[in-house]
Design a protein around this ligand. Structure first.
Ligand code: GAL
Length: 387
């Protein structure tokens, strides 16, 4: 019997790539699964533990099967899946629509049904599917349809996470392909410019995200502090301030992106945990109707709106999640007029605001609310309509 809820809300979990890239092994994955339980990640909703690129041997077996690297994963993938499942968690893997993965390991091109069967045998619950080495004579759209169909017929519920970096007009065809989430941006880096650029690039893409097929802005860099083993992601120039990580998590949450942790959670400090485990923010991300957020430009209108704006997400119970984001380099007052959210003054209705980072009521406001937001920071409120 298929689980009907697969992919309903954005996936939550952990992925090995941002911090560890090629340096992955069985012990690391065990430790992450253990921390999911002991540190409260599972209770907060994080579910999937995903191994990214570099897990296999460079060649398929004589029968054409993918083979897990026996040095990195001596007990094999089935045993690893069992370990993760025993903790009530789910196990994710990685492959590629092309002939090779981005790091040069075998991809699933022309092996789609065979690989999906193997993943199901191993007990995989999630497949991230990359876009490197895709032969130019075939469309990506067709290749994502192939793997989607293969997974849906593998006999196991496997969440399909497409990763073609927002290329080839993916917005126009990915939902129909059957994918549950899809990368809509290039790769994230552990620095403020990357966080800012990725979010701004997605402001006009929010109309495409929604239940069962979520716009994926890439894995989180919260708590990495430059701790990647990879120069591109940020081992040399990387690292953000805690406020920047808080803003990053708020943007990804309200914009409906999957929340895939990318830091080394074995070493996460208290601030990192306070960010990643913030139930008020997670509730906005996981709201069941899964609506995208719309942008409101602050008044007055001459204000530069690309680096300072409000994002509003309509929630299932009628509340509004409102993020006041100041991505600019100096403090700003962000003035929100309630008429911009469909609330006329004449209605007599006010908004009762709850601060999702301070975890306390702010008060009841009529017509407008205009907080001052420090540079690179944000305020996220949950607003209830009151007479
Ligand atoms: C990229 C992908 C990254 C990571 C990497 C692995 O294409 O966007 O998230 O999976 O490949 O080589």
């Amino acid at each position: 019997m298929k689980e009907k809820q697969l992919g309903l809300t954005p996936a939550m979990g952990w992925n090995s790539w941002n911090t560890f890239t090629w340096d992955i092994n069985e012990q690391l994955i065990h430790d992450v699964a253990d921390k999911f339980i002991s540190e409260g990640y599972k209770d907060a909703g994080y579910e999937y533990i995903v191994i990214d690129d570099c897990w296999s041997l460079k060649e398929r077996s004589k029968e054409g099967k993918l083979v897990a690297d026996p040095e990195k994963f001596p007990s094999g993938m089935k045993a690893l899946a069992d370990y993760i499942h025993d903790k009530g968690l789910k196990f994710g893997m990685y492959s590629c629509a092309g002939t090779h993965t981005c790091a040069g390991y075998p991809g699933s091109f022309e092996h789609e049904f065979q690989d999906a069967e193997l993943f199901a045998e191993w007990g995989i619950d999630y497949l991230k599917y990359d876009y490197c080495f895709k032969p130019r004579y075939i469309s990506g759209e067709l290749l994502y349809k192939r793997m989607s169909l293969a997974l849906k017929n593998s006999g196991r519920d496997i969440l399909f996470s497409a990763c073609n970096w927002g290329a080839d007009n993916v917005y126009q065809w990915i939902r129909e392909s059957g994918a549950h989430m899809y990368r809509s941006t290039g790769d994230i880096q552990d620095n403020w410019d990357s966080i800012k650029n990725l979010s701004v690039s997605q402001l006009d893409k929010e109309c495409y995200t929604g239940a069962y097929c979520h716009n994926d802005m890439d894995m989180l860099v919260v708590g990495m502090y430059g701790g990647s083993n990879n120069d591109f992601i940020g081992s040399k120039i990387g690292g953000c301030s805690d406020n920047e990580y808080k803003t990053h998590f708020s943007l990804w949450s309200i914009m409906g992106s999957p929340l895939m942790i990318g830091c080394d959670i074995r070493k996460a400090n208290q601030i990192t945990k306070d960010i990643l485990l913030n139930q008020d923010i997670i509730a906005i991300n996981q709201d069941i109707e899964g609506r995208g957020a719309y942008r409101i430009k602050p008044e007055p209108q001459w204000f530069n709106a690309d680096d300072a704006f409000m994002l509003v997400k309509t929630l299932t119970n009628g509340d509004l999640a409102i993020g006041f984001f100041n991505l600019s380099d100096s403090q700003r007052e962000l003035s929100l007029q309630f008429w911009d959210m469909g609330l006329p003054y004449a209605s007599g209705i006010s908004l009762s605001m709850y601060d999702c980072w301070e975890h306390k009521e702010i008060g009841v406001f009529k017509e407008r609310y205009a907080p001052v937001v420090p540079a690179h920071d944000c305020i996220v409120v949950r607003a209830k309509l009151v007479k």
